[in-house]
Design a protein around this ligand. Structure first.
Ligand code: CP
Ligand code: NVA
Length: 329
């Protein structure tokens, strides 16, 4: 799709329905139908900067491996290692990186930062997660739904948890763009912001996707094809842990919740990382403090046959490959 060539991906609404659909299909094609050898030269000689303010396992690895498999080189620039913020503005950083690199992936806090990079870098900029959006995750998620359920169109996707975080925002708008129905199940104080709902209303004019924002678990999960959750405390919110736990403790995805949906083909997804046992610092802390093993999801659901979280994680690489390739060819 030549319309993606040279374009930045700062948030989902930067791309049309057909562009997003193209990327998902292209990811599928690269995953199954194009040999490693044929891919090797697609981005030969390109250099990408991975500018990260926050931690990452999947996204950093996906960009690195995807680029490398397409013949490009990546350089990881942690905010701690470069001048950004302390002595250099976003604008100056964008101009410098843009003069050397062919593209920039940015992960961080403010959406404004990635928008400014996009404005001044003169090369494509990809949002690798901000507080507001996680657009590259969407490509992998809808690819995983398509692979598992045959299609995402008309499917009922239910997000349960912090309905005001990047994942909820991204799933909400992407579902409307791609024609899936979306339920956001969250306590009143953690539902999507007015700003996000305005974007959703605009998108709904060209979509027959049904949108349901509710604090009722029973109402929200009825008829679900996909149950999706995410951590209750996103990166940067660590100090807010107690408050978020108290608000969300009734919204855990567990076997009871899944079996009450009564759908033998239910699919469970999670962008990861997930707090599902006590093998992490946060999981251990939650157990010691509240006596709970697992927070947003229980270990049995996480490891159930209907959980495709590791397929979903692998799909980050295939879909980011499609994004990178489509941006330059
Ligand atoms: N899902 C995701 O973005 O994971 P990382 O934070 O590990 O990149
Ligand atoms: N909401 C999470 C997503 C991690 C991929 C966070 O921002 O930390």
């Amino acid at each position: 799709d030549s319309s993606i060539t040279g374009k930045s991906f700062l948030k989902e609404i930067d791309f049309s329905q057909s562009e997003l659909e193209f990327l998902i299909s292209y990811a599928e094609k690269l995953k199954h139908h194009v040999s490693d050898e044929e891919q090797l030269d697609i981005l030969k000689g390109k250099h990408f900067a991975l500018l990260f303010e926050k931690q990452s396992t999947r996204t950093r690895s996906a960009f690195t491996v995807a680029a490398s498999k397409l013949g490009a080189h990546t350089e990881y620039l942690s905010k701690n290692d470069i001048q950004l913020g302390s002595k250099e503005s976003v604008e100056d950083t964008a101009k410098v990186l843009g003069s050397m690199f062919d593209g920039i992936a940015f992960r961080g806090y403010a959406q404004k930062t990635v928008e400014e990079l996009g404005e001044y870098a003169s090369v494509p900029v990809w949002n690798a997660l901000t507080n507001q959006w996680h657009p590259t995750q969407m490509l992998a998620d809808f690819l995983t739904i398509k692979e598992t359920l045959g299609t995402y169109k008309g499917k009922n996707i239910t997000f349960i948890g912090d309905g005001d975080n990047n994942m909820a925002n991204s799933l909400l708008v992407t579902s409307v763009i791609l024609g899936a129905n979306i339920n956001i199940v969250a306590p009143d104080s953690l539902q999507p912001s007015e700003k996000v709902m305005e974007i959703v209303s605009g998108l709904q004019q060209n979509s027959n996707s049904k949108v349901n924002i509710t604090s009722s678990i029973e109402d929200g999960i009825a008829g679900s094809d996909v149950i999706y959750t995410d951590v209750w405390c996103s990166m940067g919110e660590e100090a807010d842990f107690d408050r978020k736990y108290q608000l969300l403790k009734d919204y855990q995805v567990n076997e009871n919740l899944i079996s009450s949906i009564n759908n033998p083909d239910i699919l469970f997804l999670h962008c990861l990382p997930a707090i599902h046992d006590t093998n992490t610092d946060v999981g251990k802390m939650a157990y010691e403090k509240y006596g709970t093993v697992g927070l947003e999801v229980t270990d049995d659901v996480f490891h159930a046959s209907y959980s495709k979280v590791f397929e979903q994680a692998e799909n980050r690489m295939h879909s980011i490959k499609a994004l990178l390739a489509a941006t330059f060819t």
